[in-house]
Design a binder for this molecule. Structure first.
Ligand SMILES: [Fe+2]
Ligand SMILES: [Fe+2]
Length: 198
C-alpha cells in the first residue's frame, strides 16, 4: 500500500493541523493574559504554545519524509474554536488537551502500529504524554485563577519577581514588588509540573 493511502498519512496531517492550531490558540491566550497584566502566566502559556509548534514540526517531518511529492492533502477533522474570558480559555484548553491524550493520539498510535509504523506510533504516544502534563498545567492555572489563589499558598513557598529577582518565602506574594515596583503579574507561578491533580 502506498503511504498516501494509509490512515497514518491522514492522521499525521490531522495532527499537524491540530498542533499548529493549538500553538496559535495558546499564543492568543498568552496575548490576553499579557493584556490583563498576567505576565508570568503569559510566559507559562507561551512555553506551552512553543511545545505545540514543536509537536507540529515533528508530525510534519514524519509526514513529508515518507510522502511522495506532497502538494495538497485533503483532511476532514474537527478542531476547537473557543472564545471567552481568560479563565474560561484555560479551562477549555485543559479539556482540549485531555481529548488529545485520552482519545485522539491513542487512536492514531493504534492505527500507526496496525499499519506497521511503530516509530510514528511511539511519537504519538510520547506527545500524548506531554499533552497529559499540559492538561494538568492548564487545570492548575484555571483553578488557581478561578479561586483567586494564583499568588497564594497554604504553606510558605518561594515567590520570585521575574523582573528584578526579588524573592521571598511567604504564603502570599506581594501586590507591588518592594524592590522594583513591578505588579504582581510579574511574580513567578507555582505550577506543579508533572504532578497528578490531587
Ligand atoms: Fe501538542
Ligand atoms: Fe498540549
Amino acid at each position: 500500500m502506498e503511504f498516501d493511502e494509509t490512515k497514518t498519512y491522514l492522521n499525521l496531517a490531522r495532527a499537524f493541523a491540530g498542533e499548529s492550531q493549538a500553538g496559535m490558540r495558546y499564543q492568543l491566550i498568552a496575548r490576553e493574559a499579557t493584556a490583563q497584566g498576567y505576565i508570568a502566566l503569559a510566559d507559562e502559556i507561551k512555553t506551552l504554545a512553543k511545545n505545540e509548534t514543536v509537536h507540529a514540526r515533528r508530525f510534519f517531518e514524519e509526514l513529508t519524509k515518507r510522502g511522495k511529492e506532497l502538494d495538497n492533502i485533503e483532511i476532514d477533522a474537527g478542531y476547537p474554536y473557543h472564545t471567552g474570558e481568560l479563565t474560561e480559555m484555560l479551562k477549555l484548553a485543559a479539556i482540549d488537551e485531555k481529548n488529545e491524550h485520552e482519545r485522539i493520539y491513542p487512536a492514531f498510535a493504534k492505527d500507526a502500529a496496525c499499519e506497521g509504523f511503530n516509530d510514528v506510533a511511539a511519537l504519538f504516544n510520547m506527545i500524548a504524554n506531554v499533552e497529559k502534563h499540559h492538561e494538568q498545567i492548564f487545570n492548575y492555572l484555571y483553578e488557581a485563577m478561578e479561586s483567586g489563589n494564583l499568588y497564594k499558598n497554604e504553606v510558605p513557598i518561594l515567590y520570585v519577581c521575574k523582573e528584578c529577582g526579588h524573592m521571598q518565602t511567604t504564603t502570599e506574594a506581594w501586590t507591588v514588588c518592594p524592590l522594583c515596583k513591578s505588579s504582581q503579574g510579574f511574580v513567578s507561578l507555582n505550577v506543579p509540573y508533572g504532578k497528578e491533580k490531587s
